[in-house]
Structures are given as structure tokens and as C-alpha cells.
Design a binder for this molecule. Structure first.
Ligand code: CP
Length: 321
């Protein structure tokens, strides 16, 4: 693997899930793979799980890790040809090249504006790092995608599935703040590549990007959609059509124990208790949220391992005559 910016960078999803589960059983088996290699993680936005699990994953592979809360630095300019006489102090063209001299892999978290839809869809920040750094880039949640979360979710479904083709439902839930569509987008993309019976339920007007959800069943009746589900993945997202808006916070869409029935509950975290989901679900054995968070380490580790193997191969090919 040369990079992991979106799910399509993985060639064989079932195989990578199997490899991640093998790593989970013996996390230090490739301790020498990352020797003398550095991962630089750049955070434009806050994180708990992504920050810690990715660092742990890199250290399990023997890498050195440097983490920069880049939003505390000066503002970077991403537009080409701009006269930089406003509040940006350094262009991505220099910044990315400079960082690449200190790193072997760059990992970036940069949320969407939720204001400028076209800019967000163009993934300007993460794609600029990839373009100008010329080294592998790992997506720690970008404007439209959270592929490491989706890989951890796929691993979790694989581990807890009791049938060959489980029924998986993605359900919208209310939230007071405008949240990105990235987790939902990547989950939908991932589910399309797995042997699952997948559908989405959300209120009207909360349609996701139709390029991502085409061919997926959408049911506006949550109760009906959740019937006989094995896994209910719950997430809030703001409107895509009325971009970035919270159109309503219908509390009837909160997930309750009653609605869940016998299904397992999944959420990427952080989650707002008794807004998105009631305590009785999160505090029950049917909640997989802690297992999902644990699998973030092995999702990151399998991706970093594959990138390191590619890098090491390149280095070997450069030596000798
Ligand atoms: N799920 C997730 O990405 O968590 P953090 O925002 O804490 O990294």
C-alpha cells in the first residue's frame, strides 16, 4: 500500500481484516519493521482515539512518532497563486516538503469546513499534503472520509458476526452540533465491499452524498429499518444537501434498548449519552463501542505495516547496482 487516504487504497478488504486480526493476537511480531522510520501526525482538529491508537500502532511496529497540533501553529495557505497578504503565513508547498524531510509517513486530521461544499469535497488539505510531500499519507479523518475508523468497524463486525451475511443498519441520530458526514461516508463505502445485508435509515433531508450511497437501500422509517438487524451503527451527520446545517434534532431518532432489540450497537465515539443513545444501551453487553475503539489500533497498525513494507522494498531496490 502506498498511502491510505480512502478505502479504495486497500486492494483486498477481507485479507486486510484477517491480517489486522492476526496483528491483534501478536501486536509486536513486526517490531523491527519500523526501525529508524518516523511517523509525523498533524492534527488540525482535536482527537482522543485516533491520536492515541495511531501512535500505539506505530510504536508496536517500532516507529518513532512526532505529533503536532498544527492548528496551534500559523495558518497554512492551500490555494495556488494566492497573494498571501491576509492571515496565512506559510504555503503548503513549502510546509509539506519540509515536513517530509523529517518523516517517512505523514498522517493528517483535517475536518471539513461544513460551509464550502466544493472545497470540502475536493479534500484540498489531505490531497495537498499527498501531492507536495511526495511521501505516503495516512488519513486520520478528512473532510469527507474516516477510512481508519471504517476499517476498525469492519474488523469489529467480522469478529462479532454470528452469521455469514449479517444485517447491518446505519442509523442517523440527533446531535446538537453540526457534524461532518465523513464517518458515515466511509462506513457506507466499507459496507459495500463486505458480505453484509446493508441499509441506511435517516429522516428525510438527511441524504448523504448520492455518489456514495447509490444502490443502497434507504428507509425513512427507523423502526422498520432496524427490524432483525444484527448490527446497528449509529451516527449523526449534518445535512449534505443543505450543506452543514442541523435541520432538526428529532429526539425520536435516539437509539433505545427497545429499538435495538437483539442487535449489537456500534458508534465511532465520542458519543453524547441520552441524546444519540440512551445509557441502557451503552452500559449493556450489546454495546461494541469499546471493542471498536480497541480495533482502531489494529486498523492503523495493518495499514502502517503495509505502507512500511512498500517503503522498505523501495529502499532495498535503491541499494546495490
Ligand atoms: N472515532 C474517532 O475518530 O475518535 P477521535 O475523534 O477521538 O479521534
Amino acid at each position: 500500500m502506498k498511502k491510505y487516504i480512502d478505502i479504495n487504497d486497500i486492494k483486498n478488504i477481507p485479507l486486510i481484516i484477517k491480517e489486522a486480526i492476526d496483528l491483534k493476537k501478536a501486536p509486536f511480531q513486526y517490531k523491527n519493521l519500523g526501525t529508524n522510520k518516523t511517523l509525523i501526525m498533524l492534527f488540525f482538529n482535536a482527537s482522543l482515539r485516533t491520536r492515541l491508537s495511531t501512535e500505539k500502532a506505530a510504536k508496536n511496529l517500532g516507529m518513532d512518532v512526532i505529533c503536532l497540533q498544527i492548528n496551534n501553529s500559523w495558518n497554512l495557505e492551500f490555494e495556488d497563486g494566492t497573494i498571501m497578504n491576509l492571515n496565512t503565513s506559510e504555503h503548503i508547498k513549502e510546509a509539506a516538503k519540509v515536513i517530509a524531510q523529517y518523516a517517512d509517513i505523514i498522517a493528517v486530521r483535517a475536518f471539513p469546513t461544513l460551509i464550502e461544499k466544493e472545497k470540502d469535497n475536493a479534500e484540498i488539505i489531505i490531497n495537498s499534503f499527498s501531492k507536495y510531500s511526495n511521501i505516503p499519507v495516512l488519513n486520520l479523518e478528512s473532510a469527507t472520509a474516516h477510512p481508519l475508523q471504517a476499517l476498525a468497524d469492519a474488523i469489529t463486525i467480522n469478529e462479532f458476526s454470528k452469521t455469514r451475511k449479517p444485517k447491518v443498519v446505519l442509523s442517523w441520530a440527533p446531535h446538537p452540533k453540526a457534524l461532518p458526514q465523513s464517518v458515515a461516508n466511509s462506513f457506507v463505502t466499507m459496507m459495500q465491499q463486505l458480505p453484509v445485508d446493508f441499509s441506511i435509515t435517516h429522516p428525510k433531508d438527511y441524504e448523504l452524498n448520492s455518489n456514495i450511497t447509490k444502490n443502497i437501500k434507504v428507509n425513512y422509517n427507523q423502526e422498520d429499518a432496524l427490524k432483525d438487524a444484527d448490527f446497528v451503527y449509529v451516527k449523526n451527520w449534518s445535512s449534505y444537501d443543505d450543506y452543514g446545517k442541523v435541520l432538526h434534532q428529532d429526539t425520536n431518532w435516539m437509539i433505545t434498548k427497545n429499538k435495538l432489540n437483539n442487535a449489537k450497537f456500534m458508534h465511532c465515539l465520542p458519543v453524547r449519552r441520552n441524546i444519540v443513545v440512551e445509557d441502557a444501551v451503552l452500559d449493556s453487553d450489546d454495546s461494541l463501542v469499546i471493542e471498536q475503539a480497541n480495533n482502531r489500533t489494529f486498523a492503523a497498525q495493518v495499514v502502517l505495516k503495509q505502507i512500511l513494507e512498500k517503503l522498505n522494498l523501495k529502499t532495498e531496490n535503491l541499494t546495490g547496482f
